[in-house]
Design a protein around this ligand. Structure first.
Ligand code: NAI
Length: 258
């Protein structure tokens, strides 16, 4: 396969979870710009409607669907609605997540359960649902899971988050192995720090600024646009021989000096 447009998502149906804000809202727009029909899936319908309108204003097709990744019926219903409108979902950006920090000694059963339920179980549920439908339809596809550099290293106050994200990385590799025979690729992106609702506030503080200068080799936060290339590589045919890989997009933080 060759050609200059291998990053195109033309003719593809791309479903993005957690598309109501941050990385998900941004990459949904990027997918639409690359020709995809986009399914915006999240719980906050007001936010989703705004993202959908912005995409439609650019002349692309977008559908907002209600989705709670912790609920199997909700996930199935979202895929049903997407499929009825656009056909089988070809590409999934498994992005929905939560990120509240809490010291390991203070974590309650509910805190732990909520984190794993959203950030790990939710990713599994959405990936499995997408893969089952692709296999049933005899179609190839691509699943891109949003992990984190905290799935590869650890950070204080994030034992539950790090554990869930490490699980996402192992899940991505395991699914890549099992789904390769169906030409369904599964890869993970491991972002470093990007300014979104999840990280808002901390990086404006003196402490946050000092952290950025000392801990991130490129000495700055990531810009959302810096995820476009990694996402499109994994989602499109540009990455057609990539499966089971983990792309770090972190300003070098994973290779910072120990
Ligand atoms: P965000 O808070 O703006 O986006 C998360 C989205 O997931 C929101 O739209 C939220 O409503 C949605 N969501 C949460 N629980 C959900 C559920 N049960 N069902 C459906 N949707 C749900 O934050 P951000 O930063 O855009 O996060 C996106 C992903 O990127 C997350 O998985 C996060 O862990 C990951 N990430 C973010 C980093 C950052 O620096 N912002 C760094 C590394 C990873």
């Amino acid at each position: 396969m060759s050609g200059s447009n291998r990053f195109s998502l033309g003719g593809k149906v791309v479903l993005v979870t957690g598309a109501s804000s941050g990385i998900g809202a941004h990459l949904a727009r990027v997918a639409a710009q690359q020709g995809a029909r986009v399914v915006l899936a999240a719980r906050r319908q007001g936010h989703l409607a705004q993202v959908a309108e912005a995409i439609q204003a650019q002349g692309s097709e977008a559908l907002a669907v209600s989705l709670d990744v912790t609920d199997r019926a909700s996930v199935e219903a979202a895929f049903d609605t997407a499929q009825a409108r656009f056909g089988v979902v070809d590409v999934v950006l498994n992005n929905a997540g939560i990120g509240n920090g809490q010291r390991a000694l203070d974590l309650g059963e509910d805190d732990w359960r909520a984190m794993l339920a959203t950030n790990l179980d939710g990713v599994w549920r959405v990936a499995q649902c997408a893969a089952q439908r692709l296999v049933q339809a005899g179609q190839r596809g691509s699943i891109v899971n949003v992990a984190s550099m905290l799935g590869l290293r650890v950070g204080a106050g994030y034992s539950h988050y790090c554990t869930a994200k490490a699980g996402v990385i192992q899940l991505s590799k395991s699914l890549a192995l099992e789904l390769a025979r169906y030409d369904i690729r599964v890869n993970a992106i491991a972002p470093g720090y990007f300014l979104t609702e999840m990280t808002d506030g901390y990086f404006d503080s003196d402490k946050g600024q000092q952290y950025v200068r000392s801990a991130i080799p490129l000495r700055r936060l990531g810009q959302l646009g810096e995820l476009d290339g990694p996402f499109l590589l994994l989602a499109s045919d540009a990455g057609s021989f990539m499966t089971g890989s983990v792309l770090a997009v972190d300003g070098g933080q994973l290779v910072s000096s120990l």
